[in-house]
Design a protein around this ligand. Structure first.
Ligand code: ATP
Ligand code: MG
Ligand code: MG
Length: 555
């Protein structure tokens, strides 16, 4: 009955619905920890959860998993909200694990009263040693059989700030012989003497991820709690905790796991991205070389391209690495449909049309987007002196060179056919000017016989007298290695690409671009896609190269 194919998580949901789960009980969440900016891996989780919300017409909460005040900040909360909204998704509720601190605390007290949790005052080393190994049972903590009264008193004193960090923790009393190490009396609370970005100094004990996450899902009545594969062994603990607190809500959340999105030639963990920011290898979280949503946005990526990428890369059961060229394919395809075509010359050489009247100029019309029939045209001034790209001219072209060479013709885009006659050089032999004759009957679109002539090459150009200058930033991969953080013996920073940023200070652009606004996207004809950067001001426009017209990495 389903025409489209379902991914394995959708299959699980369909089975649950078939087994009697009411569709209006479906609820999802995206649960970022506000300890950094979101990256393209998070986009996979966002597109998955919000995509399920759209598919099943179910609410999706944005839940900040803010249980570690040592690493979390309001700046990150704001950036995360901005990024999710920019991707085009609307959350049902904005939630915070910290909103549930009291409820979580009360449940912990209940666990103590039921003899299912105890305060442990040993060092973390001692506790780690007692845990044993997956094949040998652990050893009970000497605190494991403290009386309920003593545990309640100790836990209260922990909460009241009477102890130093690291002196006491609250542990669940589960099974020190479990083959699942996570079940060997895991920690529920630790002491952290740090102000929290939302609860200030109200608390000095903070719940661990495992204790907070499923319980937050339960409070919010999340039906399917989707997380990445490394949490698979946590599922047993997730369920054990839910068993203890379950008070009859109609939804019992279900944790299911999918593979993380990895991308070639970059790193994705927030800790490593923070390293790049702190060490000033990049200019910030939104440096256009970063795999962050904010970096990709600044680079010129669109929400549509990122969503398309998530779609094409799909949801997997096993870890894998997605090639970055798929991401580039998605943005190229999107911008091809939407970006206005303009002309700019990055490495100029002067061209003089010797038979074009001095002092004359005329207005030509450049098609805004041939992919979009109703996109119209814009005006481009043309005159006797132009810039073209230095690499578009060779004195001796040879039979495979379809650009300009002495004695040969090319068309200037949306203008005229020209023929190169001679060059002017400096004393070192560098070409200063190319002198050409223009066929004045060959104007593009004029319908004349001369305008229909076929010539092999078409070049982009700008009129020198009318051009504006701009700074261009071209980016290459940030890392030279396909998987920079997969080397056990070497730090990922050793694989940085020293040439990942190339700045061109004086590019010449057609004057139409003077009206560009930050974030506007253009195809510079024959060069690639570019977007106006936030570093721009009216006297210094800065364009970021988003991606070239073709995959230059393809072999
Ligand atoms: P990081 O190591 O980058 O900090 P994290 O998993 O600790 O990642 P969270 O903020 O906790 O980051 O993640 C929020 C949600 O996004 C979680 O459900 C997490 O599983 C998911 N997520 C994070 N990274 C990826 C990824 N690379 N691919 C898919 N989902 C991811
Ligand atoms: Mg996490
Ligand atoms: Mg993390």
């Amino acid at each position: 009955e389903h025409t489209e194919s379902l991914n394995f998580l959708e299959q699980i949901i369909e089975e649950d619905l078939a087994a009697g789960l009411s569709k209006d009980k479906l609820r999802f969440r995206f649960p970022p920890e506000p300890n950094g900016y979101l990256h393209i891996g998070h986009a996979a989780s966002i597109c998955l959860n919000f995509g399920l919300g759209e598919k099943y017409d179910a609410p999706v909460n944005l839940r900040f998993d803010d249980t570690n005040p040592a690493k979390e900040e309001q700046e990150y909360v704001d950036a995360i909200k901005n990024d999710v909204a920019w991707l085009g998704f609307k959350w049902a509720k904005e939630c915070y694990s910290s909103d549930y601190f009291q409820e979580l605390y009360d449940w912990a007290v209940q666990l103590i009263k039921e003899g299912k949790a105890y305060v442990d005052g040993q060092s973390s080393e001692a506790m780690a040693e007692q845990k044993g190994t997956p094949t040998t049972p652990g050893v009970d903590s000497p605190y494991r059989n403290t009386s309920v009264e003593d545990n309640l008193a100790l836990f209260e004193r922990m909460k009241n700030g009477e102890f130093e960090p690291g002196t006491y923790v609250l542990r669940a009393k589960i099974d020190m012989a479990s083959p699942n190490m996570l079940m060997r009396d895991p920690i529920l609370y630790r002491i952290v003497n740090k102000a929290h970005h939302r609860t200030g100094t109200d608390w000095c004990i903070y719940p661990m991820y495992d204790w907070a996450h499923g319980e937050s899902d339960y409070i919010e009545e999340v039906s399917h709690s989707l997380c990445t594969l490394e949490f698979k062994p946590h599922r047993e603990l997730y369920d054990w905790f839910l068993d203890q607190i379950y008070t009859g809500k109609t939804i019992r959340p279900k944790q299911r796991e999918f593979a993380r999105r990895n991308l070639s030639y970059t790193v994705m963990s927030k800790r490593k991205l923070l390293d790049l920011v702190n060490s000033k290898v990049v200019s910030g979280w939104d440096d256009p070389r970063m795999p962050t949503i904010s970096g990709l946005r600044r680079r010129g990526y669109t929400p549509a391209a990122i969503r398309k990428f998530s779609d094409l890369a799909g949801i997997a059961k096993r870890d894998n690495v997605t090639d970055v060229s798929l991401l580039e394919f998605c943005i190229r395809e999107d911008l091809n449909k939407t970006a206005t075509r303009v002309m700019g010359v990055l490495d100029p050489v002067k061209l003089v049309l010797t038979n074009y009247p001095e002092g004359k100029s005329e207005i030509l019309h450049l098609e805004n987007n041939p992919e979009e029939p109703n996109s119209g045209t814009h005006e481009v001034p043309f005159s006797r002196e132009l810039y073209i790209e230095r690499e578009d001219f060779k004195e001796e072209g040879g039979s495979k060179f379809f650009r300009l060479s002495l004695g040969n013709e090319v068309r200037l885009k949306s203008a005229y056919i020209i023929k190169a006659d001679s060059v002017v050089k400096d004393s070192e032999g560098n070409i200063l000017e190319i002198h050409c004759t223009v066929d004045l009957d060959s104007k593009s679109g004029s319908g004349t016989e001369a305008s229909m002539r076929k010539v092999k090459g078409t070049l982009h150009w700008v009129s020198i007298a009318h051009a504006i200058t701009a700074e261009i930033r071209e980016y290459d991969r940030l890392f030279l290695d396909e998987a920079p953080d997969a080397h056990e013996d070497r730090n990922f920073l050793e694989f940085l690409n020293p040439d990942s940023l190339k700045v061109i200070k004086n590019a010449y652009l057609e004057p139409y671009l003077a009206g560009a606004k930050v974030g506007d996207k253009f195809q510079f004809q024959r060069l690639g896609y570019f977007t106006l950067d936030k570093d721009s001001d009216p006297s210094n426009l800065v364009f970021n190269k988003t991606v070239g017209l073709r995959d230059t990495w393809a072999k």
